[in-house]
Design a binder for this molecule. Structure first.
Ligand SMILES: O=C(O)C(=O)C[C@H](O)[C@@H](O)CO
Length: 256
């Protein structure tokens, strides 16, 4: 019998365990497979700022299944159709960008739930149910679906407790680049005002018992965010790793 797949990332969030991730923007199943054997807890397959399409995402999910990491997809927008397509190919954890209000957080959750709890369209033969072979998938799916919402503007910061309290929101991710832009510091998430906002955000989320996540390519910052209480932290990206290693190697033989 084909078993219903459990979501290790969601279990880690419930246990308030620190989970370390890597951002995947190369849109490559081979890169994703390589990174999935590194020991990370999660790999974020981005479609908001990377040219990833559904077939690319599907092959990346397949590639990372045998590794240590849970695949998380970020749809390009808080859109029920994009969300449905990511769920149907087997993603159980989604990171929804630019959630500005309680209403938008509710809409994100509703897009992941079958009626009567939401509006997810029903497929009886999608990969999510192992092509219809998982007994009772339609009634059990919600148990393992994990919804992360992105708070990345001044407006959403103001509403952070309400957004976090929406039933079905499992975690809140602070987007450093967009938050910096919204606070008037485009391109400078290190600015003291932005750092203070990110610290306050995790403190407020911790107070209401909701796990907070973040991304940085800088080790010192990552350690600081972990000290502040962030629980799902992406500590780099496949693009960053490749660019940095390629530059370092080239410099050894072709000094600038
Ligand atoms: O605001 C942010 O920071 C994010 O949402 C993450 C970025 O989109 C990521 O691509 C890094 O630039």
């Amino acid at each position: 019998m084909t078993e219903f797949r459990r979501n290790a990332f969601k279990a880690g969030l419930r246990a308030k365990k620190l989970q370390i991730g890597l951002w995947q923007s190369l849109c490559s199943n081979i890169a994703a497979e390589i990174c999935s054997d590194s020991g990370f807890d999660w790999l974020l397959l981005d479609t908001e700022h990377s040219p990833n399409e559904i077939p690319d995402l599907l092959s990346q999910l397949q590639a990372i299944e045998k590794g240590t990491a849970t695949g998380i997809i970020r749809p390009a927008w808080n859109d029920a159709v994009l969300i449905k397509r990511c769920l149907d190919i087997g993603a159980q954890t989604l990171l929804i960008p630019y959630v500005q209000s309680v209403e938008e957080a509710k809409a994100a959750v509703a897009a992941t739930r079958y009626p009567p709890h939401g509006i997810r369209g029903v497929s009886v033969a999608a990969r999510a149910s192992r092509y219809g072979r998982v007994p009772g998938y339609l009634t059990k799916a919600n148990e393992e679906i994990c919804v992360l919402v992105q708070v990345e503007t001044r407006q959403s910061l103001d509403a952070i407790e309400g957004i976090a309290a929406v039933e079905g929101v499992d975690g809140v991710f602070i987007g450093p680049s967009d938050l910096a832009a919204s606070l008037g510091h485009l391109g400078n998430p290190q600015h003291a005002d932005v750092q203070a906002a990110m610290k306050e955000a995790v403190e407020r989320l911790t107070k209401v018992g909701k796990p907070a996540g973040i991304l940085t390519g800088n080790e010192e910052e990552a350690r600081r965010y972990i000290d502040w209480g962030y629980l799902f932290v992406a500590v780099g990206s496949d693009v960053g790793l490749l660019a940095k290693s390629a530059d370092t190697l080239a410099r050894k033989f072709k000094p600038a």
